[in-house]
Design a protein around this ligand. Sequence first.
Ligand SMILES: [Fe+2]
Length: 491
Amino acid sequence: MTFAMVRDRDSEAEPAPRALALLGVSEQGGRDEPPVVEGTIPRELRGSLYRNGPGLFERGGLRKPHLLDGDGLVQRLSFADGVARYQNAFVRTPKFVAEEAADAFRFATWSMRRPGGFIANLGGGAGHSQAGVTVYPFNERLYAFDEVSPAFGLDPQTLETLGEESLGDPTKEFMIKAHTKFDPLTGEWLLFGISHGAAMKLHAIIHGADGALKAHHVIAAPRQVYIHDFFATREYLIFVLHPMWFSPWRFLSGQASFIESLSWKPESGNQVLVVPRDGGAVQLFEAPAAFIWHALNAYSENGEIIADFVGYDAPDHFAPHGALFYTLMQGRMGVAKAPGMLRRYRIDLAGHSLREEILDPGAHEFPMIDPRVAMQKHDVAYLSAGEHAATNGGGDRVDHLWNGVKRVDFIRGKTQIFDFGANVATGEPVFAARPGGDRNDGWLIVQGVDGRSERAFFALFDAAHVDAGPVARLHLPHSLPISFHGWWKAD
Ligand SMILES: [Fe+2]
């Protein structure tokens, strides 16, 4: 067990374990180094893991208040002939370049208002992309995304920033979001965006395998909320409007940062919009309240849509102030009571009904599949996992952040877990397929940081034998901040 957090009134004052505090320590960028390898890197593993996440949290003596808010640090861990190379670089957005020159924050980001008080923040405070949430290789280019436009293009070899990328219909006004889907059967790239205003609109965007824009549907949303990810099947896009309400008035009047403009109202439940990929009529379903960062996958089976995800009864780790993701920036523990349960929606389109099932009530995040299975029936899920809720000596419930990897086999009903142990923080397990192998034959690559050595590592698992532990660990001579998402590109 690790990252024990007692749920009592004093928990906010407890110092955070070093591994968690290191998630909010800025990185210098510009690394290019060989990791120290423990174990053996399989020679068949050829290609690059790309990752993105916030990497710079302070300038000019000012520190970002929230762990999820920093300039994008793109990483590359590449493998060839059993040898690994590690590189990283900041995405040189106009925001990054201007603030680097000024040695000060100049722009509003999603947890921080622009310096200068509410006058400077009227109209939302000129929020700028930090390009620090996801990174995807597509057609010989890397794309780094924030949750505000634009996306940025990077060189996949050098990680050099190439400039802004236009995705979707350039005549429409919207913010491109960070999570996208690839259809492995058509090569299409599915993206989504949001526009806020008097009412919210969803933008469903499809680019063909050649990169050309194929569709850009605009869908009226029945409520104004924050959403982070979506689902796609071969036929449908599914948007879950959980009750994380966004107040444009508080944001646009300059009184609150974007996160401070959000409020969780579980009494209003989830709304689930099912949108045909080819742009037909939208269906709306009601579901119990669950906060969703990430979808696992969705597919159609026997007249139903099956949509699996990690969902929380409340996003209490994220917001408001006092949440763990705020307090970690001051090296303290905070609130993170609700575990990220593995959940399933069963949506019957003909019968117009939706049922939610809890597949695993443990603590999870960063759900992953073999990307070749996307939008089809997935037999296996890989997730970041914490220990299940337990009790401490005093009988209080204790929760855990992610310190392990879980493999859930839905067909055999078997779960494998590998626990990295105390004072280690690990992230998303990215699937790298074995060349010529069947579905789910491959490796998982997990980034972590060890609070005892204060150093980052990557662990390489045989995806079929997670419980056997890593086949190799690649150690770096420094720590790394939190990294959200990655994608594998085979050579
Ligand atoms: Fe995400």
